[in-house]
Write a protein that binds this ligand. Structure first.
Ligand SMILES: [Fe+2]
Length: 256
């Protein structure tokens, strides 16, 4: 009897030890599976990252080939030079067109002060044309003009003002506005060109263009002074006279 109990105890102890071993085995198996899964995930991520890196390295040069400069074999500097050249041709055309157009404005004006200011500016504009030719030479480029739509439009506007008004202060006020629009176009052009020349390291060219820029600014200020000193007031008086004349005409019509 004692022997049976002892055998039973031993059997139960063996069973407990077996189940404990099996639990340990299964836990370590689970841990191993987890480690493998982690390793697999890491491998997947590494592969994904390396693919992305390869894609990036192949797309980067692609982006640079879409760059116009690269596809044309042009450096940024030469593209800037190209822009500068085009702007130079534009303002050269504009100045030459002004030399032809300013005398018509001068003829249409009534104020002696305004007529003289335009006459002086014709001489200045001829000098500016010569200065631009010098810039072409300094850059070792052929002197060339390219039609300037902006200046053509501004001169057209000026013509319309002259057609729609009679000779007198109101037309003079209109001529001043048109001339100032032209000056502002030129100020923007010369300002931009001088800045580009400086960026390209051509301070000699920039200095020459800045001389013209200052002349354009002076002309703009002179036109403002002429307008403020007399013409705008005279135009207002002319407007009043016109209104009272129209009023008298209406009264005459009513009496008749
Ligand atoms: Fe000019």
């Amino acid at each position: 009897m004692i022997l049976r109990i002892s055998l039973q105890k031993e059997f139960m102890a063996q069973t407990r030890s077996k189940s404990k071993k099996s639990a340990t085995k299964s836990a370590s198996k689970k841990a191993a599976t987890k480690k493998t899964a982690q390793r697999r995930a890491e491998t997947r991520n590494t592969k994904r990252n390396s693919k992305a890196a390869t894609k990036k390295s192949t797309t980067t040069p692609k982006r640079s080939t879409t760059n116009k400069a690269a596809s044309n074999g042009m450096s940024n500097e030469s593209m800037l030079q190209e822009l500068f050249k085009n702007e130079l041709k534009d303002i050269y055309w504009a100045e030459k067109y002004l030399v032809k157009s300013l005398p018509k404005m001068q003829k249409a004006a009534e104020s002696e002060e305004l007529k003289n200011a335009i006459a002086d500016h014709i001489v200045v504009t001829e000098e500016q044309v010569a200065r631009l030719e010098e810039v072409f030479e300094m850059m070792e480029w052929k002197v060339q003009a390219k039609k300037c739509e902006g200046m053509e439009g501004l001169i057209e506007e000026g013509k319309r003002v002259m057609e729609e008004t009679d000779k007198g202060p109101t037309r003079d006020a209109g001529i001043i506005i048109s001339a100032q629009k032209v000056e502002h176009y030129e100020i923007a052009s010369y300002g931009g060109l001088a800045q580009l020349a400086r960026t390209m390291g051509r301070t000699d060219v920039a200095d020459l263009l800045s001389t013209t820029l200052e002349e354009e600014k002076e002309t703009d200020m002179l036109l403002t002074q002429i307008a403020e000193a007399s013409i705008n007031e005279e135009a207002a008086d002319e407007d009043e006279d016109e209104s009272s004349r129209e009023g008298t005409d209406m009264e005459d019509d009513e009496e008749a």
